[in-house]
Design a protein around this ligand. Structure first.
Ligand code: FAD
Length: 501
């Protein structure tokens, strides 16, 4: 309850009625409509998976979920909602972490899961064109026999959709190597709020024909239109991949290790991930899995996963062996111990360990997630400062009335300067929330960082955008929003609110 963000002004919106439902039923088969509005008889429980977010933090009250199968259907639905001034929330896999994918009120949810076809794949260029509702992992599986990989990978790959990834401009585990979606997405098909279809579904690497409109939708979090098709450049599957987990005495040495890895692995370095000791212990506790032997872990306070991928097994293995030799023979060692994967299953298992952190956090308690960009040298001190702030307010005292914080952990993508700060409490509570915000955002601003490195703004940070963007930029965003969606029906209350000043 404490997280109900100020609801958007609904004065100009209309309530869904039986006539709307009859109209939707003339567009979609009954099996593609869930609604508690007559003549449909779905229950609130039927709608619960669409109304509640992955973290259990944000809760909508939508009475209607529509699952179109084609761009044409999306277009007809939006045209109707535009004319009737009915607000909508586009939804992919509903794995977003900022409350963007569920309604703030009773908006109609347009869920893309029925749009899951690969439209084309060119094995020469590696360009894949697909429906926006394709699940990321399914696309990876589709590409594997063609010896290509998706340029993006993340822990939620089994549920998140490519349209959701594009809409959040998700970063993930491969960004260091393949760059952001702003570079790898070549084209988009978007249904605009009034139902018109903007076909920018290009398969061109080069296209300098004026404004690059698709970029506006990458990271727009469903506030400008509904992405229905995506054209994306897949990367050739590496002929060889290795990974290793290293433990370090303290965080102080992580940045130096990153520099060292870049120097000695150069072109084959493809990921450099970090997690702290508290995150390590939490994964052990909740999954029973250990990345390293107990004896190797000792008092280590920091852990790093390095991945390499390249075109020649012999050459790449020699580079990693050289790196390890240098690390172990150094007079002032950067690392305390490490494990190098020896088989494909161990490779997957080491990655699995890093990917299990969010899941372990959700088992530990209710998680306040901050996804921030700060200088890589400051990751541990940001976590420590937040911990101190909470302790200073007595919020880390177990059993405290009104909720207490169980754990504060830090992990993330060192290579991208992106820290995931997770504050895990026994329950979401107003006083913990008040202690964290705006404290965390002010802290980030003091480093000239970003309050959202990759998860987006959603409902969570709409009112805090100014910590990372100037007034002129926010005004420009409002004007762009108004240009595409002057009736404000697209995902109201998310990302940017209000009128340009
Ligand atoms: P949803 O959650 O359904 O939606 C997200 C936003 O996009 C919403 O605002 C929604 O309205 C909008 N949207 C969805 N589909 C469309 C569409 N077709 N058209 C227009 N708007 C649309 N993120 C990272 O960046 N890096 C990570 O490493 C990472 N790891 C994660 C690990 C876990 C375990 C989880 C649960 C999440 C993680 N995320 C990560 C969060 C990430 O934002 C999402 O997982 C993913 O990108 C969202 O895709 P989705 O299909 O679930 O979208």
């Amino acid at each position: 309850r404490h997280f109900r963000v100020t609801a958007p002004a609904l004065a100009n919106f209309n309530k869904l009625n039986e006539q709307d439902l009859s109209h939707f039923a003339s567009i979609l088969p009954e099996s593609s409509i869930l609604s508690t509005v007559r003549p449909f008889q779905s229950t609130n429980d039927d709608l619960a998976p669409f109304n509640n977010d992955w973290m259990g933090k944000y809760h909508g009250k939508s009475q209607c979920v529509l699952k179109p199968r084609t761009t044409e259907e999306v277009s007809r639905i939006l045209k109707w909602c535009w004319e009737r001034r009915i607000p909508v929330v586009p939804q992919g896999g509903n794995t977003g972490l900022v409350g963007g994918s569920v309604p703030l009120n009773d908006e109609v949810i347009i869920n893309l899961s029925n749009m899951s076809k690969v439209r084309s794949f060119d094995p020469v260029s590696g360009i894949i064109v697909c429906d926006a509702g394709c699940i990321l992992e399914n696309l990876s599986e589709y590409l594997a026999p063609h010896k290509y990989i998706m340029p993006i990978d993340l822990g939620a790959k089994g549920s998140c959709q490519i349209g959701g990834n594009v809409s959040t401009n998700a970063g993930g585990l491969r960004l260091l190597r393949y760059g952001s979606l702003h570079g790898t997405v070549l084209g988009l098909e978007v249904v605009l709020p009034d139902g018109s279809v903007m076909n920018e579904l290009k398969t061109l690497r080069k296209d300098n024909t004026g404004y690059d409109l698709k970029q506006l939708f990458i990271g727009a979090e469903g506030t400008l239109g509904i992405i229905t098709g995506v054209s994306i450049l897949a990367a050739p599957a590496p002929a060889s991949s290795q990974n290793l987990v290293l433990s370090l005495e303290s965080y102080d040495k992580v940045a130096e290790l990153f520099k060292f890895a870049k120097t000695h692995l150069s072109e084959i370095l493809s990921a450099f991930e970090y997690w702290d000791r508290r995150a390590y212990d939490m994964v052990c506790k909740h999954t029973g899995r250990k990345a390293l032997d107990e004896s190797e872990v000792g008092n280590s306070q920091a852990f790093v996963l390095i991945e390499t991928s390249g075109g020649s097994k012999e050459h790449d293995e020699a580079k990693v062996a050289n790196l390890l030799e240098l690390l172990y023979s150094a007079e002032e060692p950067l690392i305390t111990s490490g494990t190098l994967s020896q088989s494909p299953s161990q490779f997957t298992s080491l990655w699995g360990y890093r990917e299990l952190i969010p899941e372990a956090a959700s088992k530990e308690g209710k998680t306040y997630k901050y996804d921030i960009s700060v200088p890589a040298t400051e990751f541990a001190s940001v976590v420590d400062k937040v911990k101190k702030e909470l302790a200073g307010k007595g919020l880390m005292q177990e059993g405290r009335e009104g909720g207490w914080v169980r754990n504060v952990i830090g992990f993330g993508h060192v290579g991208d300067g992106n820290l995931h700060l997770n504050v895990i409490a026994n329950a979401f509570s107003a006083d913990i929330q008040a202690a964290l915000e705006p404290y965390v955002f002010e802290l980030v601003a003091s480093y000239n960082g970003s309050i959202s490195a990759e998860h987006g703004i959603g409902a969570m940070k709409t009112q805090h955008l100014h910590y990372s963007k100037g007034q002129v930029s926010i005004d420009m965003m409002r004007r762009i929003k108004a240009l595409f969606d002057e009736r404000g029906i697209m995902n109201p209350g998310k990302v940017v609110e209000g009128k340009a000043s």
